[in-house]
Ligand binder design. Structure first.
Ligand SMILES: NC(=O)C1=CN([C@@H]2O[C@H](COP(=O)(O)OP(=O)(O)OC[C@H]3O[C@@H](n4cnc5c(N)ncnc54)[C@H](OP(=O)(O)O)[C@@H]3O)[C@@H](O)[C@H]2O)C=CC1
Ligand SMILES: [Cu+2]
Length: 461
């Protein structure tokens, strides 16, 4: 078989007038979209197809040949065919020898096959240089030019020259290649487009479960209980009062859960006496999604703030205020001003405002554009110190609110403060243990473990 002249020249030796020819196998959606884009960027395209004839669907300017004819036109061949149909390539082994095959395929499920599609292709057609690329870009995005969402093309392959050439093509299409290493990375790259918010799943599920639990609890307490015992219709509370009880509780619990894994990890390290042992998988995963947990908590805190701001304009609140005033006027009674009450109410509001302020600051510093501007130590300082300040303020806010509302002797019924007690268990535990951990008698051995002292002293023995 004879090769045409250009395909053996490296990219940088081709003069600017001469277009690089790239071959695309498969005239389906993806093959066409990629060809369209590449033609725009000055490549010349040869399609390989089972029935080579030009159709109106294909971009003009592209040649369509049979698979084996097309393969001879270029030393880069993009395989825009589904993995299930790769078999025909075995018959082309001789034509394809030494060429770069670009595997763009995706699967329908995560880990659908024992080996990645790219590794399978490399086994199927020995003597070729397989590079995985383009699978993270959709045909639609290529054609519509709507590439602001995801411009990143993950690339991997065992042959570094081949990989480099594919990355050059990616770059010339206005996309950003990201070198992921050897072909072993292909299975991760293939799973990537199939994942649905992997880091968000646990935080979402957890917050949904917490919301439902506290919502049901509040409905029983504020609506069903008064109805059964006093025949009072409190259903209007479903709209504002109950959400405004559920959201702050969930926000506080999630914020505490951001700091709980760090504490569990510290206890584990203290117990094991070394940092050189892997944490259990659940703890690892929990540590990795702390940022997502924190951002969801911030979302709930936002909702709590907004719901709280509308309290004065609620019909029920205005009605009660007027009613109490009128009743007192008729009875010629006056409410004494209780300074301790004023203190309690003002301090819990102030703690809430400050807690929210630090919470927002925490959220802002976790944005990549901000965290890129601080070094690791500064980032740790902000996320840890500021985080604990936020947690302390929000816990104190809830504590005073709960105490003020529910621990008055007249209100003290077992079912009343349960939600607040539950909400406070985790934050208080986290804060108490954190306080113990910074005591010198515990902090010193922990620091030694974290600096790897135990290991070096063991090694020197
Ligand atoms: N569509 C997308 O958005 C994306 C697709 N991909 C990947 O690109 C590859 C192609 O996808 P797409 O273009 O959407 O798929 P299509 O079904 O639209 O096209 C597949 C092409 O494969 C060729 N083919 C070769 N052998 C066979 C066979 N035995 N049966 C059927 N077709 C065969 C056909 O071309 P011909 O008739 O010319 O021989 C056909 O047009 C897939 O591996 C996919 O995972 C990756 C990222 C995004
Ligand atoms: Cu509050």
């Amino acid at each position: 078989m004879e090769n045409t002249g250009t395909d053996t020249l490296p990219l940088n030796m081709i003069s600017s007038e001469e277009q690089e020819t790239v071959c695309i196998f498969g005239t389906g959606d993806f093959g066409r979209s990629l060809a369209f884009k590449m033609l725009q960027c000055g490549y010349s395209i040869v399609f390989g197809s089972r029935n080579p004839r030009t159709s109106s669907l294909l971009p003009s300017g592209a040649e369509v040949l049979s698979y084996s004819e097309a393969a001879q036109k270029s030393d880069i061949i993009i395989i825009a065919v589904h993995r299930d149909h790769y078999d025909f390539l075995t018959a082309l082994t001789e034509v394809l020898r030494g060429k770069i095959l670009v595997d763009v395929s995706n699967n329908l499920k995560i880990n659908q096959y024992p080996e990645s599609n790219a590794e399978y292709l490399a086994q199927l057609v020995p003597g070729t240089r397989v590079v995985k690329a383009f699978n993270t870009i959709s045909a639609w995005a290529l054609q519509s030019g709507a590439l602001d969402a995801n411009r990143q093309v993950l690339v991997c392959g065992n042959d570094s020259k081949a990989k480099q050439r594919v990355m050059d093509i990616v770059r010339s299409l206005g996309l950003t290649p990201l070198d992921q290493g050897s072909l072993i990375a292909a299975s991760d790259i293939e799973n990537y487009p199939l994942q649905l918010f992997p880091m968000w799943r646990f935080p979402f599920c957890l917050s949904a479960v917490l919301c439902v639990f506290f919502f049901v609890y509040s409905v029983i307490r504020d609506i069903i209980y008064p109805y059964v015992y006093d025949k009072k219709d409190n259903t209007f509370r479903l709209a504002v009062s109950i959400p405004n009880r559920v959201f702050p509780i969930v926000a506080l619990m999630l914020l505490a859960l951001v700091y709980l894994p760090g504490i569990i990890a510290a206890i584990l390290q203290l117990y094991r006496g070394t940092k050189y042992r892997r944490f259990p998988d659940w703890l690892d995963h929990w540590m990795l999604c702390r940022k997502q947990l924190g951002l969801i908590a911030l979302g709930f805190a936002f909702l709590h703030v907004i719901y709280t701001l509308v309290i004065p304009i609620r019909y029920y609140v205005r009605w009660r205020l007027r009613n109490v005033t009128v009743t007192q006027a008729i009875a010629k009674k006056e409410n004494p001003f209780i300074t301790s009450q004023a203190w309690l109410s003002d301090s819990y509001l102030s703690l809430g405002i400050l807690g929210f302020f630090f919470f927002v600051l925490l959220g802002i510093t976790s944005l990549p554009s901000v965290s890129n501007m601080v070094n690791w130590r500064e980032f740790r300082f902000v996320q840890s110190k500021l985080g604990y300040v936020t947690l302390i303020l929000c816990t104190a806010h809830t504590l005073i609110y709960g105490g003020d509302r529910f621990l008055k002797p007249s209100n003290l019924k077992w079912y009343l403060p349960l939600a607040h007690v539950l909400a406070l268990i985790i934050p208080c535990t986290v804060l108490v243990i954190k306080f113990l951990l910074i005591l010198p008698c515990i902090d010193k051995p922990l620091t030694r473990i974290r600096q790897g002292w135990e290991r070096s002293s063991k090694l020197s023995k």
